[in-house]
Design a protein around this ligand. Sequence first.
Ligand code: PSU
Ligand code: MN
Length: 305
Amino acid sequence: MTTPHLKIHPDVAAALAAGRAVVALESTIISHGMPYPKNVETAREVEQIVRDLGGTPATIAIMDGAFQIGLTEEQIERLGNTPDVMKASRRDVGLALATQRLAATTVATTMIGAAMAGIRLFATGGTGGVHRGYQNSLDVSADLPELAQTPVAVVSAGVKSILDIGRTLEYLETLGVPVITCAADEFPAFYSRESGHPSPLRLDAPESIAGTLEAHWTVPGAGGALIANPIPEKDAIAFGEMEEIITRAVNEAEDQGIHGKAVTPFLLARIVELSGGTSLTANIALVKNNARLATEIAVALARIS
Ligand code: PSU
Ligand code: MN
């Protein structure tokens, strides 16, 4: 299972070989989504949540010329505490592998690594989507076409309103990506449980989500799926409360001419700064909540597969 460009941690390889639940975790959230040392601390705690629920965590990054499926504590520390870690989306994979760069994988690239290893479930915080003002910038995250083509289910807390949530949902429909919200009627907006957009599909139990995924993957050409998991009530921030901060961050990005792959990391860092600790606390809570649901779905899927 290990090739020059694919290195699977022995714990992950053993779980996969035995047909046990494995949950992929991304690394852009570590290197570009949260400040040090909370990023490393959270990455470790999220892995522990997966283990406690009977799964095997596989945090994914590109380093030393290979997709690393499952990282050591030392590798996670490197990703969280090295300046200028590369942010690798699909188009950057070849370069990151060939030049042996230390690269954090986005949702798109983590899906690719997961699929290469045979992992079906992946937990993260938020995914990319159609950016606000995309009419001028054409900024649509590579996460969306990846969801269309790579058969991995991504559990997220929806998308931040740095994105155009309505258009993101429209685009996912065009691409044929199932969007399932767990136990809620509305598609969630990351920090808040509401977005003003009804969810395309709702399922309430991890077992029914697993059953739907298993059936989805019998469809010829089926790609991934987006499982939206609303932030727990007690950790949520009212939609309006973050809106001012997010709008300010989006305007600053535009004024400063930030574009391309720098946009999302810029916005994520600015939102943490402008909100003080509030947004970071919510972010950590929702990532853990997503790891829980992803593990429950992975366990249910292992049972029926
Ligand atoms: N949204 C978040 N947190 C994140 C990201 C997005 O709320 O950490 C990261 C993910 O790795 C996602 C990437 O795949 O940003 C999307 O970047 P872009 O918009 O450049 O495609
Ligand atoms: Mn983009």
